[in-house]
Design a protein around this ligand. Structure first.
Ligand code: SF4
Ligand code: FES
Length: 262
């Protein structure tokens, strides 16, 4: 018995249920996918569409969205690239919580109710699930997310102890998906706030012993729209698909501003 495979096809398009005598068969089930749509060329206001779909136990929310786009309604619009939790392009609100569509298995959701998908909050919606990420990246650019070292270029790599590397290990994992920033109530009410993602990425360089511009970044974040706007609600930490302790990183940056020890 061979398992049918289709190169470069998502799980939803591979007919695993027909794998012979049932050994290795993947259970199928029906879902209702409900998506908040917006298209200024079609209507002034947003509206909801829903579809009944048969999906499989290995499918993710992204697979259900692909099924709609490729087989039912090609106008459904969303961002995605890697489909494996790396590029950070498919953060969306799924059942009221920010998640990556490519990392959310349908079987882990309550499929007895509609699965509700909306664009992330706090950024202008351009079409369906696509938001304008420019305000998010503007804050990211302002914290200078690159290595700055003023000493003469070394002839070999700049060494760092394992302990020094550990100081910022967690914040190197960020994939800039914006799930944290767009789950932050302060950011919803004040789009000028730098937001958790920018602070996480500042943290990555502030606590890097090889970097010389920590003071500059702390100055940027000591702004009225900087770290002090954080209300420690932990939404960001809960939303982060990479498991980064976002609130802890923000609190370490606050302490560094007060003590200048980093
Ligand atoms: S900290 Fe986490 S949630 Fe925020 S942008 Fe980075 S990966 Fe996404
Ligand atoms: S598509 Fe790349 S993170 Fe989900």
């Amino acid at each position: 018995m061979s398992t049918p495979t289709v190169e470069n096809e998502p799980a939803s398009k591979i007919d695993l249920a027909e794998s012979g005598d049932g050994a290795g068969a993947v259970e199928s089930f029906d879902i209702t996918l409900k998506i908040r749509r917006y298209d200024p060329e079609r209507a002034e206001d947003a509206w909801w569409d829903e579809w009944q779909l048969t999906m499989y136990g290995t499918d993710r929310v992204l697979d259900a969205m692909h099924k709609v786009k490729w087989e039912i309604d090609g106008t459904l619009t969303f961002r995605r690239s890697c489909a494996h939790g790396i590029c950070g392009s498919d953060a969306m609100r799924i059942n009221g919580r920010n998640r990556l569509a490519c990392k959310t298995l349908l079987k882990d959701l309550d499929t007895s109710k509609p699965i509700v998908v909306e664009a992330i909050k706090g950024l202008p919606i351009e079409k369906d699930l696509i938001v304008d990420m420019e305000p998010f990246f503007q804050s990211y650019r302002e914290i200078m997310p690159f290595f700055i070292n003023n000493s003469p270029e070394p002839t070999a790599e700049r060494l760092q102890s394992p302990e020094d590397r550990e100081r910022f290990d967690d914040t190197t994992k960020c994939i800039l998906c914006a799930a944290c920033t767009s789950s932050c109530p302060v950011f919803w009410t004040d789009g000028q706030y730098f937001g958790p993602a920018a602070i996480v990425n500042a943290h990555r360089f502030i606590f890097d012993s090889r970097d010389d511009a920590g003071d500059l970044r702390l100055e940027v974040l000591n702004d009225k729209e900087g770290v002090w706007r954080c209300r420690t609600t932990f939404n960001c930490t809960e939303a982060c698909p990479r498991g980064i302790e976002v609130t802890k990183a923000i609190s370490e940056v606050k302490t560094a501003i007060l003590t200048r020890s980093f």
